[in-house]
Design a binder for this molecule. Structure first.
Ligand SMILES: *Cc1c(COP(=O)(O)O)cnc(C)c1O
Length: 413
């Protein structure tokens, strides 16, 4: 690395990554080969269009890479068509809306206060500005999605599309029930499965592919690939979806990102990946039980996914304060809304954790009790507790990530 300023920042980030324990719901530690492909010669290539129909010359290898990624995505998810060009998950959702909706159309989606993503109608996002969103939510009692409310709202709102899937909902989604409601009111069904698409690949949660008109996913969460989006749909929508990505919402695709997506999709088709996803869910269950023993109420009472969500008020904390205390101990968690509370989103009173990173580090349910105890102690420590920070570092070092240093270095040269 010839730039001393960047070399210093990069070294500090490597150390942070090695010594902290990541429990952010959407993060994972990608394989070194993924990062090597992101830094490969494909990073330079312009390839507007699709394989065999490019607006640039010199695209033979770009065509091969994109075709490989598309074929692997179709095979992995049993989809008739895949588009691997969306730069991010939000870009995939934008393209799904562009394929199926017109500005001003009514859309029914999970409300943000109950776990929906920004692109499900936030006023600060294009979605809330360009479409007329109505939000459904979870039941006050058990915290599960209220399908009766979804049906009632669908009959009143008559949405052009229903969006199912959320960023902050730890339970499996009943895609078939959403399909039935969508059919009853003549709406399209969009699955925003970005949070759980890796678990779908591993076969540990239900697949939206047989039910949704368009499925939105990302490759950087449980899937462990590069940051980026993914769309799946039936053959009859292929052209609309492709045109909604390019030229409607994007320019040239990131060929390096598509190469890394192809690698991650190939890895996810191997048997070891199903085991990985099953362990991520087992870890989340064990971590949730540990946190419940620390005095936290789990939202929905448990989890079917890699996510654990809990009400931080059990320990007298806001979500933001819980984040701060854990970060001081080297534990990275996120804050989230607790349905039916009135706390502003910037503070929030819930915490959200994901087990993809710790599972990638080789941790198993046996380690989750120790991790929950460290989280409990960090959450109770108003001031920095050097001993808990040292124990976190020791646990992280027993499950190292720096075995891949050489590949990482070659990827930035
Ligand atoms: C992560 C996520 C997104 C957004 O993905 P980005 O790559 O951050 O744009 C959208 N929807 C859901 C449900 C997600 O979990």
């Amino acid at each position: 690395m010839s730039d001393p300023a960047l070399a210093t920042i990069l070294a500090a980030e490597r150390a942070r990554r090695a010594d902290q324990i990541g429990l952010l719901a959407g993060e994972n530690h990608s394989a070194p080969e993924v990062r090597a492909l992101l830094g490969s010669v494909f990073a330079d290539k312009y390839a507007e269009g699709y394989p065999g129909r490019r607006h640039h010359t010199g695209c033979a290898q770009a065509d091969a890479v994109e075709t490989l990624a598309v074929d692997r995505a179709k095979a992995l998810f049993g989809a008739e068509h895949a588009n691997v060009q969306p730069y991010t998950g939000t870009a995939a959702v934008l393209a799904a809306y562009a394929a199926l909706l017109r500005p001003g159309d009514a859309v029914l989606a999970m409300s943000l206060a109950h776990g929906g993503h920004l692109s499900n109608g936030s006023a600060a996002n294009f979605s809330g500005r360009w479409f007329a969103f109505t939000g459904y939510g979870v039941r006050a009692g058990d915290g599960l999605i209220d399908l009766d409310q979804v049906r009632d709202l669908a009959r009143v709102v008559r949405p052009k599309a229903i969006v199912a899937g959320a960023i902050s909902y730890p339970r499996d989604v009943d895609w078939a029930a959403f399909r039935e409601i969508a059919d009853e009111v003549g709406a399209s069904l969009i699955a925003d499965a970005a949070q759980t698409i890796g678990l779908v690949a591993g076969g540990v949660v239900a697949s939206p592919v047989p039910y949704a008109d368009v499925v939105c996913g990302v490759t950087h969460k449980v899937l462990g690939g590069p940051r980026g989006g993914l769309l799946l749909c039936r053959a009859e929508l292929a052209e609309r979806v492709d045109r909604a990505v390019f030229p409607f919402t994007q320019g040239g695709p990131a060929v390096n990102q598509m190469a890394a997506k192809a690698l991650a999709l190939g890895r996810a088709a191997r048997p070891g990946f199903a085991e990985y996803t099953a362990r991520a869910v087992a870890n989340a269950r064990a971590l949730g039980e540990g946190l419940a023993a620390e005095g936290l109420r789990l939202l929905t009472g448990g989890t079917d996914t890699h996510l654990v969500t809990a009400d931080a008020r059990g320990l007298g904390l806001t979500g933001r304060e819980a984040e701060r205390r854990c970060e001081a101990a080297g534990l990275l968690i996120g804050r989230c809304a607790v349905p039916f509370d009135e706390v502003p989103p910037a503070e929030a009173c819930g915490i959200r954790l994901g087990t993809a990173c710790v599972t990638t580090r080789g941790m198993a349910p046996e380690q989750m009790g120790e991790l929950a105890a460290l989280l409990g102690r960090a959450l109770r420590s108003e001031d920095e507790d050097a001993e808990v920070a040292e124990r976190v570092r020791a646990l992280a070092r027993r499950h190292p990530l720096d075995l891949d240093r050489r590949a990482e270095e070659s990827s930035v040269n």
